[in-house]
Unconditional design. Structure first.
Length: 277
């Protein structure tokens, strides 16, 4: 349990540092587009995580949003996948509804996952095979639902985009309702808690979902890409996360009809070819 306890203490201390830095004026930069922001707090938090990990575990590898390990190919040993601030737009504009996310893999297999809602001081965590927890309270297995009675999570901007809107619009239309929270990690946690029945997006980086996916799996949820394929720790992908029954319904009744379109989107965005298995 030494690594688990170390990681737990690390993410909590990182949250303390974030809350302290929020008292100062933010230095905000744009990345790929005007809505893709990074702040001095993102960078400082990732540096703190990276340096502390390597000081204590010099042989561990780290994949981080703000620059480390993006081209990692060898997944042997211990790999940390970290997002210092998931939901940066929320962090900048709302000063809440953001999280720190950590997923740790051992020889390519999920090992422990953490998602820390910094401003609510709620830590979601799991050691694979031992259940998921909100602070000290174990999360229950999530209930199965049908789409027509489900609230799903999806960014409404995707419904305005060519091609992608054709994939998602029928799902949103048939759902009871849809919500967008602005932090992928917290939306995955909402699925794990049964507050959302599903979360969908056409693209997401591994540091956005690594910790949350482990927590979701431990309560009976399913996480794949939009083709139903497993997610990898070192490459981006599309996302369908849901309770088991709804995952099957969305995949079989909606996404499989768009299989060629989704595969083409994957090829253009990620260089992924459609798997034969």
């Amino acid at each position: 349990m030494a690594l688990y306890d170390f990681a737990k203490g690390l993410i909590l201390e990182a949250g303390n540092k974030v809350r302290f830095m929020m008292k100062e004026e933010l230095d905000i930069e744009t990345k790929s587009n005007p809505n893709d922001l990074v702040t001095n707090v993102d960078k400082a938090t990732e540096n703190y995580l990276y340096e502390t990990i390597h000081h204590n575990y010099p042989n561990h590898q780290v994949i981080g949003e703000e620059g480390d390990g993006h081209h990692l190919k060898d997944t042997s040993g211990i790999i940390w996948v970290i997002d210092p601030i998931d939901g940066t737009l929320n962090f900048v504009h709302q000063k809440e509804n953001f999280a720190i996310s950590i997923g740790i893999y051992h020889d390519g297999q999920p090992y422990v996952g953490f998602v820390y809602d910094v401003m609510k001081d709620e830590l979601y965590h799991t050691k694979v095979g031992e259940g998921s927890y909100e602070n000290n309270r174990q999360l229950k297995l999530i209930q199965n639902t049908n789409l027509k009675t489900s609230i799903i999570g999806i960014n409404p901007n995707w419904l305005t985009k060519p091609v992608v809107s054709d994939i998602f619009a029928p799902i949103v239309s048939d759902a009871r309702s849809a919500r967008a929270y602005g932090s992928a990690a917290l939306e995955i946690i909402s699925v794990a808690k049964g507050q959302l029945a599903a979360y969908l997006t056409p693209r997401l980086q591994p540091w956005d979902y690594a910790g949350g996916l482990m927590i979701l799996n431990e309560v009976g949820g399913i996480g794949t890409n939009l083709l139903g394929e497993s997610l990898e720790l070192n490459r981006p992908n599309s996302i369908l996360m849901a309770n088991e029954k709804l995952h099957e319904e969305i995949l079989n009744n909606y996404l499989n009809e768009q299989r060629e379109t989704i595969a083409s989107h994957h090829q253009q965005r990620f260089g992924n070819k459609l798997r034969e298995d």
